[in-house]
Design a protein around this ligand. Structure first.
Ligand SMILES: *[C@@H]1O[C@H](CO)[C@@H](O)[C@H](O)[C@H]1NC(C)=O
Ligand SMILES: *[C@@H]1O[C@H](CO)[C@@H](O)[C@H](O)[C@H]1NC(C)=O
Ligand SMILES: *[C@@H]1O[C@H](CO)[C@@H](O)[C@H](O)[C@H]1NC(C)=O
Ligand SMILES: *[C@@H]1O[C@H](CO)[C@@H](O)[C@H](O)[C@H]1NC(C)=O
Length: 377
């Protein structure tokens, strides 16, 4: 009995050192946090090492020159027990769609700081994958099904890429997903349907900073989705101009509007519920893409009782000044933009102005003549 125990201990001791003895000169093999790790960082390696023990669980290859991850490259190297692979700053340009195939216990992949431009949708069909970091690459588009049916996936990072386009089924059936990072990309607009197919999204957090978001009616639903369902780091609009640098925190979905040109309205591409009236005493009451612009404007001969107070005037005056200088589209945008403020501070926007003409939609010809008048004076 005692003899048997000794034999077992010897056996274990031998196998414990065996995986370390099988290390190669470019790597350090040791236990770190209870896992068998091969640290092969910054050694001028140009390929995945093939002579390491198959017991290796963590493979660190940062700062090498791997350039390409070929089909089943880890599996063929016998590294079938890998849980974590770090390949940061390895000049990787190509990742074969089967590069990680056969790694059933792989939980972490870090491919950050490489030159990857494209990822095939089947690249990450890994049942245990939890953390995927692909920051600082050159990816422009995320394909449909890139991240689909991954029951363990929790964190996905694509910061500092050039992503402008995300297929509407890129993220699908990811029941544990809790963090998506897209900081510093080229995203302009996204549809909420993109994330509705994820599954249980109650706790999803986003990093959407530093993207050229176009905050108009096309982004409204996504904005509303982010604001009401998730947490997001501070995010700012880039377009339209009047919302540039406005924080999402400070906006409401009613401010995400699409303004239409007079030509579009004339062509009946959009139908405002009522055309802007050109009667001097009438209300501007127009529905642009379901956003109501409802501003009362009175001419000089305003009735008593409709006078505005000094306080109200100080709020309205600068807005009006801008209104008078701008085109119709800009005016409407501004009105919408300021609407909330006005509703809070001024019960009703009842304003005395003398250049009513500038609130009437101008025909292009009229606008041109008005502008040339301006130039003359
Ligand atoms: C990337 O790896 C190369 C080669 O080892 C190294 O010289 C360089 O400093 C690394 N860059 C960063 C940002 O770590
Ligand atoms: C990623 O790129 C950004 C912008 O070029 C840079 O500031 C950041 O340091 C990079 N991160 C890494 C880990 O290299
Ligand atoms: C979601 O993913 C799980 C795990 O991969 C799978 O078993 C299930 O069938 C998938 N559900 C749908 C609706 O595709
Ligand atoms: C403003 O437009 C809405 C929507 O068409 C309409 O229901 C409402 O009666 C209008 N209000 C006025 C004062 O014209």
């Amino acid at each position: 009995m005692g003899l048997l125990l000794t034999a077992v201990m010897l056996q274990t001791g031998w196998s414990q050192s065996y995986w370390r003895d099988k290390c190669i000169p470019q790597c350090h093999c040791k236990y770190v946090d209870g896992r068998k790790q091969a640290d092969c960082q910054r050694n001028g390696m140009t390929d995945i090492p093939t002579e390491l023990s198959d017991e290796i669980q963590v493979l660190l290859l940062n700062d090498n020159y791997i350039r390409e991850l070929k089909s089943k490259i880890f599996f063929k190297a016998g590294l079938v027990n890998l849980q974590k692979i770090n390949l940061r700053n390895c000049s990787i340009e190509d990742v074969d769609q089967h590069a990680f195939a056969g790694l059933d216990v792989l939980t972490h992949i870090d491919l950050s700081v490489n030159q990857i431009k494209r990822l095939d949708p089947s690249t990450f069909q890994l049942p245990s994958l939890r953390y995927l970091h692909i920051n600082n690459n050159s990816i422009q588009r995320l394909e449909n099904n890139l991240l689909a049916n991954l029951p363990q996936l929790q964190v996905v990072e694509f910061n500092f890429n050039r992503i402008s386009d995300i297929g509407d089924r890129t993220f699908f059936n990811l029941s544990k997903l809790k963090m998506l990072k897209f900081k510093n990309n080229q995203l302009v607009q996204l549809q909420p349907s993109l994330f509705q197919s994820i599954g249980n999204i109650a706790k999803l957090s986003f990093d959407l900073q530093d993207n050229p978001w176009k905050c108009d009616c096309q982004l409204r639903e996504f904005f509303d989705f982010v604001k009401s369902n998730s947490f997001s780091t501070p995010t700012y609009c880039h377009e339209p101009e009047y919302l540039e640098k406005k924080s999402w925190e400070s906006l409401t979905k009613e401010q995400f509007v699409c303004l239409h040109t007079e030509e579009e309205i004339a062509d009946e591409k959009v139908t405002p519920s009522s055309q802007l009236s050109n009667h001097p005493n009438s209300k501007l009451n127009s529905t642009f893409n379901e956003i109501k612009v409802n501003v009362k404007i009175f001419s000089d001969n305003i009735n008593d009782g409709n006078k505005i107070t000094k306080d109200q005037e100080s709020i309205i005056a600068p807005i009006l000044k801008q209104l008078l200088e701008q085109t119709l589209d800009e005016k409407l945008a501004l009105i919408i933009n300021q609407n909330e403020l006005l509703q809070k501070k001024v019960k009703q926007l009842e304003v005395k102005i003398d250049h009513l003409e500038s609130y009437i939609p101008l025909k292009n010809a009229d606008r041109a003549s008005l502008q040339s008048d301006k130039i003359k004076t």
